[in-house]
Design a protein around this ligand. Structure first.
Ligand SMILES: [Zn+2]
Length: 342
Protein backbone atom coordinates (compact mmCIF):
# COMPACT_ATOMS: atom_id res chain seq x y z
CA UNK A 1 0.00 0.00 0.00
CA UNK A 2 1.60 3.26 -1.12
CA UNK A 3 -0.70 5.80 0.54
CA UNK A 4 0.02 6.35 4.21
CA UNK A 5 -3.06 5.67 6.39
CA UNK A 6 -5.18 4.07 3.64
CA UNK A 7 -8.87 4.29 4.57
CA UNK A 8 -11.50 1.57 4.24
CA UNK A 9 -14.77 0.45 5.82
CA UNK A 10 -15.29 -2.60 8.01
CA UNK A 11 -17.87 -4.09 5.66
CA UNK A 12 -21.48 -3.36 4.85
CA UNK A 13 -22.84 -0.04 3.61
CA UNK A 14 -26.50 1.01 3.28
CA UNK A 15 -28.43 -0.34 0.30
CA UNK A 16 -30.44 1.92 -2.02
CA UNK A 17 -34.16 1.92 -1.14
CA UNK A 18 -35.11 0.47 -4.54
CA UNK A 19 -33.07 -2.65 -3.76
CA UNK A 20 -34.03 -3.37 -0.15
CA UNK A 21 -35.87 -1.62 2.64
CA UNK A 22 -33.38 0.83 4.17
CA UNK A 23 -32.16 1.12 7.79
CA UNK A 24 -32.76 -2.52 8.49
CA UNK A 25 -30.72 -5.70 8.89
CA UNK A 26 -31.98 -8.82 7.02
CA UNK A 27 -34.05 -6.49 4.83
CA UNK A 28 -35.90 -8.45 2.12
CA UNK A 29 -35.09 -7.73 -1.53
CA UNK A 30 -37.52 -5.57 -3.47
CA UNK A 31 -36.59 -7.08 -6.85
CA UNK A 32 -36.65 -10.62 -8.22
CA UNK A 33 -34.83 -12.88 -10.68
CA UNK A 34 -32.99 -11.02 -13.50
CA UNK A 35 -33.97 -7.65 -12.07
CA UNK A 36 -32.46 -8.58 -8.73
CA UNK A 37 -29.17 -9.59 -10.34
CA UNK A 38 -28.81 -6.32 -12.27
CA UNK A 39 -30.17 -4.38 -9.30
CA UNK A 40 -27.41 -5.72 -7.06
CA UNK A 41 -24.80 -4.80 -9.67
CA UNK A 42 -26.20 -1.30 -9.97
CA UNK A 43 -26.15 -0.94 -6.18
CA UNK A 44 -22.54 -2.08 -6.18
CA UNK A 45 -21.70 0.63 -8.74
CA UNK A 46 -23.42 3.24 -6.56
CA UNK A 47 -21.71 2.18 -3.34
CA UNK A 48 -18.36 2.16 -5.12
CA UNK A 49 -18.96 5.66 -6.44
CA UNK A 50 -19.87 6.86 -2.94
CA UNK A 51 -16.65 5.40 -1.53
CA UNK A 52 -14.69 6.97 -4.38
CA UNK A 53 -16.24 10.39 -3.91
CA UNK A 54 -15.46 10.24 -0.20
CA UNK A 55 -11.84 9.43 -1.03
CA UNK A 56 -11.83 5.93 0.51
CA UNK A 57 -8.59 4.20 -0.52
CA UNK A 58 -9.43 0.49 -0.16
CA UNK A 59 -12.92 -0.06 -1.54
CA UNK A 60 -15.45 -2.88 -1.15
CA UNK A 61 -18.82 -4.04 -2.46
CA UNK A 62 -20.49 -2.65 0.67
CA UNK A 63 -22.12 -6.11 0.86
CA UNK A 64 -24.79 -4.93 -1.61
CA UNK A 65 -25.41 -8.48 -2.83
CA UNK A 66 -25.96 -10.01 0.62
CA UNK A 67 -28.86 -9.89 3.00
CA UNK A 68 -26.65 -10.72 5.93
CA UNK A 69 -22.91 -11.15 6.43
CA UNK A 70 -23.15 -14.70 7.78
CA UNK A 71 -26.42 -16.18 6.54
CA UNK A 72 -25.99 -15.35 2.86
CA UNK A 73 -22.77 -17.37 2.76
CA UNK A 74 -24.30 -20.32 4.61
CA UNK A 75 -27.36 -20.35 2.33
CA UNK A 76 -25.08 -21.41 -0.51
CA UNK A 77 -23.72 -24.47 1.30
CA UNK A 78 -24.90 -28.06 1.39
CA UNK A 79 -25.65 -29.72 4.70
CA UNK A 80 -27.61 -26.84 6.26
CA UNK A 81 -31.41 -27.05 6.34
CA UNK A 82 -33.04 -23.61 6.45
CA UNK A 83 -36.54 -25.08 6.96
CA UNK A 84 -35.48 -27.07 10.01
CA UNK A 85 -35.03 -24.25 12.52
CA UNK A 86 -34.07 -24.34 16.18
CA UNK A 87 -33.80 -21.59 18.76
CA UNK A 88 -30.28 -20.96 20.04
CA UNK A 89 -28.46 -18.21 21.88
CA UNK A 90 -26.33 -16.05 19.56
CA UNK A 91 -22.99 -14.93 21.01
CA UNK A 92 -24.44 -15.51 24.50
CA UNK A 93 -26.54 -12.41 23.89
CA UNK A 94 -29.94 -13.05 22.32
CA UNK A 95 -32.13 -15.96 21.22
CA UNK A 96 -32.73 -16.49 17.53
CA UNK A 97 -34.35 -19.11 15.36
CA UNK A 98 -31.54 -20.55 13.26
CA UNK A 99 -31.09 -23.20 10.55
CA UNK A 100 -29.80 -26.70 11.39
CA UNK A 101 -26.73 -28.54 10.23
CA UNK A 102 -28.22 -31.89 9.15
CA UNK A 103 -25.36 -33.54 7.20
CA UNK A 104 -21.76 -32.95 6.13
CA UNK A 105 -21.27 -29.31 5.05
CA UNK A 106 -19.77 -28.50 1.66
CA UNK A 107 -19.64 -25.80 -1.00
CA UNK A 108 -20.81 -26.88 -4.44
CA UNK A 109 -19.76 -23.72 -6.23
CA UNK A 110 -18.35 -20.32 -5.42
CA UNK A 111 -20.56 -17.97 -3.45
CA UNK A 112 -19.20 -14.46 -4.04
CA UNK A 113 -16.62 -14.89 -6.77
CA UNK A 114 -18.77 -13.46 -9.59
CA UNK A 115 -19.62 -10.42 -7.44
CA UNK A 116 -15.94 -9.92 -6.65
CA UNK A 117 -14.99 -10.23 -10.31
CA UNK A 118 -17.60 -7.57 -11.13
CA UNK A 119 -16.22 -5.25 -8.44
CA UNK A 120 -12.68 -5.81 -9.75
CA UNK A 121 -13.80 -4.70 -13.24
CA UNK A 122 -15.20 -1.42 -11.85
CA UNK A 123 -12.13 -0.06 -10.09
CA UNK A 124 -8.34 0.05 -10.10
CA UNK A 125 -8.17 0.68 -6.35
CA UNK A 126 -7.24 -2.10 -3.93
CA UNK A 127 -10.36 -4.09 -3.02
CA UNK A 128 -11.25 -5.81 0.23
CA UNK A 129 -13.76 -8.66 0.48
CA UNK A 130 -15.41 -9.77 3.72
CA UNK A 131 -16.31 -13.36 4.57
CA UNK A 132 -17.76 -14.65 7.84
CA UNK A 133 -15.21 -16.32 10.12
CA UNK A 134 -15.58 -20.01 11.03
CA UNK A 135 -16.43 -19.42 14.70
CA UNK A 136 -19.04 -16.76 13.92
CA UNK A 137 -20.61 -19.12 11.36
CA UNK A 138 -21.07 -21.97 13.82
CA UNK A 139 -22.54 -19.56 16.32
CA UNK A 140 -25.52 -18.83 14.05
CA UNK A 141 -26.49 -22.49 13.55
CA UNK A 142 -27.90 -25.46 15.41
CA UNK A 143 -25.54 -28.39 14.86
CA UNK A 144 -27.41 -31.70 14.84
CA UNK A 145 -24.74 -33.49 12.79
CA UNK A 146 -21.16 -32.96 13.99
CA UNK A 147 -22.26 -32.14 17.55
CA UNK A 148 -18.91 -30.42 18.05
CA UNK A 149 -18.35 -26.70 17.62
CA UNK A 150 -14.68 -27.29 16.90
CA UNK A 151 -15.31 -29.90 14.18
CA UNK A 152 -17.95 -27.80 12.47
CA UNK A 153 -15.69 -24.72 12.58
CA UNK A 154 -12.90 -26.74 11.01
CA UNK A 155 -15.19 -27.89 8.16
CA UNK A 156 -16.28 -24.29 7.57
CA UNK A 157 -12.63 -23.18 7.60
CA UNK A 158 -11.87 -25.59 4.74
CA UNK A 159 -14.85 -24.26 2.76
CA UNK A 160 -13.85 -20.65 3.44
CA UNK A 161 -10.34 -21.44 2.22
CA UNK A 162 -11.73 -22.67 -1.14
CA UNK A 163 -13.78 -19.50 -1.48
CA UNK A 164 -10.89 -17.25 -0.42
CA UNK A 165 -8.54 -18.80 -2.99
CA UNK A 166 -11.06 -18.07 -5.74
CA UNK A 167 -11.51 -14.51 -4.51
CA UNK A 168 -7.77 -14.03 -4.58
CA UNK A 169 -7.63 -15.40 -8.13
CA UNK A 170 -10.09 -12.77 -9.42
CA UNK A 171 -7.98 -9.98 -7.93
CA UNK A 172 -9.17 -9.34 -4.38
CA UNK A 173 -6.31 -7.63 -2.50
CA UNK A 174 -7.47 -8.15 1.09
CA UNK A 175 -9.73 -10.94 2.34
CA UNK A 176 -11.30 -10.18 5.70
CA UNK A 177 -12.91 -12.67 8.04
CA UNK A 178 -15.58 -11.26 10.35
CA UNK A 179 -15.23 -12.81 13.80
CA UNK A 180 -17.38 -10.91 16.33
CA UNK A 181 -17.56 -14.27 18.15
CA UNK A 182 -13.87 -13.78 19.05
CA UNK A 183 -15.06 -11.14 21.53
CA UNK A 184 -17.18 -13.66 23.42
CA UNK A 185 -15.79 -17.21 23.49
CA UNK A 186 -12.23 -16.56 24.68
CA UNK A 187 -11.29 -20.11 25.69
CA UNK A 188 -12.49 -21.52 22.39
CA UNK A 189 -10.75 -18.75 20.44
CA UNK A 190 -7.44 -19.68 22.04
CA UNK A 191 -8.04 -23.45 21.92
CA UNK A 192 -9.10 -23.75 18.28
CA UNK A 193 -10.68 -20.51 16.95
CA UNK A 194 -7.45 -18.93 15.77
CA UNK A 195 -6.25 -22.26 14.39
CA UNK A 196 -9.48 -22.53 12.37
CA UNK A 197 -8.94 -19.02 11.07
CA UNK A 198 -5.41 -19.93 10.01
CA UNK A 199 -6.83 -22.96 8.21
CA UNK A 200 -9.17 -20.59 6.32
CA UNK A 201 -6.22 -18.48 5.08
CA UNK A 202 -3.87 -21.38 4.34
CA UNK A 203 -1.92 -20.88 1.10
CA UNK A 204 -3.25 -17.39 0.38
CA UNK A 205 -0.86 -14.81 -0.99
CA UNK A 206 -3.14 -11.79 -0.77
CA UNK A 207 -3.41 -9.95 2.51
CA UNK A 208 -5.72 -11.30 5.18
CA UNK A 209 -7.62 -9.56 7.95
CA UNK A 210 -9.77 -10.51 10.90
CA UNK A 211 -12.50 -8.12 12.05
CA UNK A 212 -13.41 -8.31 15.74
CA UNK A 213 -16.01 -5.84 16.91
CA UNK A 214 -18.84 -5.09 19.28
CA UNK A 215 -21.38 -5.30 16.48
CA UNK A 216 -23.89 -3.20 14.61
CA UNK A 217 -25.78 -0.50 16.49
CA UNK A 218 -28.78 -2.79 17.06
CA UNK A 219 -30.53 -3.04 20.43
CA UNK A 220 -29.20 -6.50 21.39
CA UNK A 221 -25.67 -5.18 20.96
CA UNK A 222 -26.11 -1.84 22.69
CA UNK A 223 -27.75 -3.62 25.65
CA UNK A 224 -24.83 -6.04 25.79
CA UNK A 225 -22.31 -3.19 25.69
CA UNK A 226 -24.07 -1.55 28.65
CA UNK A 227 -23.34 -4.72 30.65
CA UNK A 228 -19.61 -4.71 29.92
CA UNK A 229 -18.59 -2.10 32.47
CA UNK A 230 -16.41 0.95 32.13
CA UNK A 231 -13.50 -0.74 30.36
CA UNK A 232 -13.94 -3.21 27.53
CA UNK A 233 -10.97 -5.56 27.89
CA UNK A 234 -12.25 -8.42 25.68
CA UNK A 235 -9.45 -7.92 23.15
CA UNK A 236 -6.91 -8.60 25.88
CA UNK A 237 -7.99 -12.27 25.93
CA UNK A 238 -7.32 -13.01 22.26
CA UNK A 239 -4.72 -10.48 21.09
CA UNK A 240 -1.62 -12.29 22.40
CA UNK A 241 -2.38 -15.39 20.34
CA UNK A 242 -3.52 -13.35 17.32
CA UNK A 243 -0.22 -11.48 17.46
CA UNK A 244 1.49 -14.85 16.97
CA UNK A 245 -0.82 -15.91 14.13
CA UNK A 246 -0.38 -15.66 10.36
CA UNK A 247 -3.16 -13.08 9.96
CA UNK A 248 -1.78 -9.84 8.48
CA UNK A 249 -4.32 -7.26 9.62
CA UNK A 250 -6.52 -6.91 12.70
CA UNK A 251 -9.65 -4.79 12.35
CA UNK A 252 -11.09 -3.49 15.61
CA UNK A 253 -13.19 -0.84 17.35
CA UNK A 254 -11.54 2.26 18.75
CA UNK A 255 -13.84 5.25 18.39
CA UNK A 256 -16.40 5.99 21.15
CA UNK A 257 -15.93 2.51 22.53
CA UNK A 258 -14.58 1.73 25.98
CA UNK A 259 -11.71 -0.30 24.60
CA UNK A 260 -8.51 0.88 26.36
CA UNK A 261 -6.30 1.92 23.47
CA UNK A 262 -3.16 0.51 25.14
CA UNK A 263 -4.45 -3.01 24.39
CA UNK A 264 -3.13 -2.37 20.86
CA UNK A 265 0.34 -2.90 22.31
CA UNK A 266 -0.55 -6.62 22.46
CA UNK A 267 -0.67 -6.84 18.65
CA UNK A 268 2.38 -4.68 18.01
CA UNK A 269 3.81 -5.61 14.61
CA UNK A 270 0.46 -6.39 12.99
CA UNK A 271 -1.29 -4.01 10.63
CA UNK A 272 -4.29 -2.47 12.37
CA UNK A 273 -7.56 -1.38 10.83
CA UNK A 274 -8.55 1.03 13.56
CA UNK A 275 -12.24 1.92 13.85
CA UNK A 276 -12.41 5.70 13.95
CA UNK A 277 -16.12 5.89 13.10
CA UNK A 278 -18.89 4.86 15.51
CA UNK A 279 -21.58 2.87 13.68
CA UNK A 280 -23.99 2.82 16.64
CA UNK A 281 -24.98 6.48 16.33
CA UNK A 282 -26.31 8.70 13.55
CA UNK A 283 -24.13 11.56 14.76
CA UNK A 284 -21.48 12.20 12.16
CA UNK A 285 -17.98 12.51 13.55
CA UNK A 286 -15.98 15.64 12.83
CA UNK A 287 -12.68 15.14 10.98
CA UNK A 288 -10.92 16.35 14.14
CA UNK A 289 -12.61 13.61 16.24
CA UNK A 290 -11.46 11.01 13.73
CA UNK A 291 -7.96 12.47 13.78
CA UNK A 292 -7.92 12.33 17.57
CA UNK A 293 -8.76 8.64 17.64
CA UNK A 294 -6.08 7.94 15.04
CA UNK A 295 -3.48 9.93 16.98
CA UNK A 296 -4.19 7.82 20.07
CA UNK A 297 -3.72 4.57 18.15
CA UNK A 298 -0.43 5.85 16.73
CA UNK A 299 1.07 5.52 20.21
CA UNK A 300 0.82 1.74 19.74
CA UNK A 301 0.74 1.20 15.97
CA UNK A 302 3.52 2.24 13.58
CA UNK A 303 2.22 4.77 11.05
CA UNK A 304 2.91 2.51 8.08
CA UNK A 305 0.74 -0.18 9.68
CA UNK A 306 -2.27 1.99 10.55
CA UNK A 307 -5.38 1.65 8.35
CA UNK A 308 -8.18 4.05 9.38
CA UNK A 309 -11.53 2.27 9.24
CA UNK A 310 -15.06 2.19 10.68
CA UNK A 311 -15.86 0.34 13.94
CA UNK A 312 -18.16 -2.08 12.11
CA UNK A 313 -20.54 -2.20 9.13
CA UNK A 314 -22.90 0.68 8.35
CA UNK A 315 -25.78 -1.22 6.66
CA UNK A 316 -28.46 -0.13 9.16
CA UNK A 317 -27.61 3.60 8.95
CA UNK A 318 -29.41 6.17 6.75
CA UNK A 319 -27.48 6.63 3.52
CA UNK A 320 -26.69 10.30 4.05
CA UNK A 321 -25.34 9.51 7.51
CA UNK A 322 -23.09 6.78 6.10
CA UNK A 323 -21.88 9.17 3.38
CA UNK A 324 -21.12 11.81 6.00
CA UNK A 325 -19.17 9.29 8.05
CA UNK A 326 -17.13 8.19 5.02
CA UNK A 327 -16.24 11.83 4.34
CA UNK A 328 -15.27 12.36 7.98
CA UNK A 329 -13.06 9.26 7.93
CA UNK A 330 -11.26 10.50 4.86
CA UNK A 331 -10.83 14.03 6.13
CA UNK A 332 -9.67 12.86 9.56
CA UNK A 333 -7.07 10.55 8.03
CA UNK A 334 -5.85 13.42 5.86
CA UNK A 335 -5.30 15.63 8.93
CA UNK A 336 -3.07 12.97 10.51
CA UNK A 337 -1.29 12.24 7.23
CA UNK A 338 -0.28 15.90 7.04
CA UNK A 339 0.94 15.88 10.63
CA UNK A 340 3.03 12.79 9.94
CA UNK A 341 4.66 14.32 6.89
CA UNK A 342 5.70 17.47 8.75
ZN1 LIG B 1 -18.27 -5.66 12.98
Amino acid sequence: MKTLLPTSTAGSLPKPSWLAEPEKLWSPWKLQDEELITGKQDALRVTLQEQDQAGIDIVSDGEQSRQHFVTTFIEHLNGVDFENRKTVRIRDRYDASVPSVVSAVSRQKSVFVEDARFLRQQTNKPIKWALPGPMTMIDTLYDGHYKSREKLAWEFAKILNQEAKELEAVGVDIIQFDEPAFNVFFDEVNDWGIAALERAIEGLECETAVHICYGYGIKANTDWKKSLGSEWRQYEEVFPKLQQSNIDIISLECHNSRVPVELLELIRGKKVMAGAIDVATNTIETPEEVANTLRKTLQFVDADKLYPCTNCGMAPLPREVARGKLNALSAGAEIVRRELSN
